[in-house]
Write a protein that binds this ligand. Structure first.
Ligand SMILES: Cc1cc2nc3c(=O)[nH]c(=O)nc-3n(C[C@H](O)[C@H](O)[C@H](O)COP(=O)(O)O)c2cc1C
Length: 341
């Protein structure tokens, strides 16, 4: 075993830190609590629009509601106008997160059009000014999450990292792709070492971690200070436990049994319905099912049934039926067509 790497900024000091990536419509409070319970060391809210915060929009404010038991937690904000970002950061600070994170990497058109997210990579002085404005307006540590660059021909991340360190950014998370790569292509982890040669602030590696094996590779084959997992955690919060177990013990983790997958899925669903109410919650929850039951016999058919269920009870019955079938046959021959049927 290699010695633990320690992620340190603000009041945070965590060995072998594994972070849950901010994800819009995914890393809401219920999901963060589930990931935390499974071993995620640090969680982030989904990004909150600075315009929405300043307008006091209820949906945006709901995104940054946090709870004591999920700490350390960062609130991520985005926007293209420094003055609005200053006000938004002050609002976010009142929610008392452990740090405020600025999104400088989102590639989505709607965000880029507003000169926010990855658009900031096209104009580095503007990015630096915007981040500095936020740093100067709050007491909390400010971190940045970004990509390598606007496109593969304009990667200036080393220079960006140096400038961000100079103005007092507490830590930098890098999705190791450029904006034009979207979510495609092999992440270019080699840039992490190039950055670490020039800065001493913590650098968090993100992009392409899909298992405890790839997590260990990212951790030990680069000079990153911590790693961050996004898509692979959707409906698979167990990944945090597996990664932490391997990093701490060097032993291969055992995957969760179906019984546990079902129990955690139901607990997650319950929290989601409590947070959003049944109608909205049941809709929001649909994105998690495929992760929870990935790789199991007839999982596509099961998912198809789960996404049409309208209540917690209906979901619970479908899952109980699936479990029964699973134990009766090595491949379940027929799944329930409806909980009431
Ligand atoms: C559904 C979805 C929503 C996302 N929303 C955000 C966001 O709100 N803020 C952000 O910084 N990145 C966001 N991302 C990017 C992730 O944080 C992460 O950088 C990216 O998915 C690469 O990591 P991964 O390969 O582990 O998924 C989002 C990604 C996905 C798939």
């Amino acid at each position: 075993m290699l010695p633990a790497k320690v992620l340190q900024f603000g009041t945070i000091q965590i060995p072998n830190a594994v972070l849950l990536a901010p994800m819009e419509d995914v890393t809401n409070l219920p999901f963060r609590l589930i990931c935390k319970a499974m071993g995620a060391d640090i969680v982030y809210t989904e990004f909150a629009s600075s315009d929405g915060l300043v307008r006091n929009a209820a949906k945006t404010l709901q995104k940054i509601r946090i709870e004591e038991r999920e700490r350390p937690v960062g609130i991520q904000i985005f926007g293209g106008d420094p003055e609005t970002m200053r006000q938004a950061a002050r609002i976010a600070e009142q929610f008392e997160p452990d740090f405020i994170d600025i999104n400088c990497g989102c590639w989505v058109k709607n965000v880029v059009r507003r000169n926010a997210g990855a658009a900031l990579l096209r104009d580095i002085p503007r990015m630096v000014h915007l981040v500095k404005t936020v740093i100067d307006s709050v007491q909390l540590p400010v971190t940045v999450k970004t990509r390598l660059g606007w496109d593969r021909h304009s990667i200036r991340i080393v220079e960006v990292a140096q400038q961000l360190e100079e103005i007092g950014v507490a830590a930098l998370a890098i999705h190791c792709r450029t904006r034009d790569m979207g979510h495609q292509g092999t992440p270019l982890w080699e840039w992490i070492d190039r950055i670490k040669e020039k800065v001493s602030m913590p650098v968090i590696l993100n992009g392409g971690i899909t298992s405890w094996q790839t997590a260990a590779e990212a951790f030990w084959n680069t000079q990153c200070d911590a790693i961050m997992i996004g898509k692979a955690a959707i409906g698979n919060p167990f990944i945090f436990r597996e990664v932490k177990h391997y990093l701490q013990t060097g032993q291969h983790p055992t995957p969760p049994l179906l019984e546990e997958r079902i129990a955690v899925c139901l607990q997650h669903l319950e929290l989601t319905l409590e947070f959003y109410g049944t109608e909205r919650g049941i809709r929001i929850f649909r994105k998690y099912y495929s992760g929870y039951f990935k790789g199991l016999p007839r999982s596509a058919q099961l998912r198809q049934q789960l996404v049409t269920a309208a209540s917690y009870e209906e979901v619970r019955m479908l899952l109980e039926h699936y479990l029964e079938q699973f134990h009766q046959h090595s491949t379940p021959l027929e799944l329930a067509t409806s909980s009431t049927g």
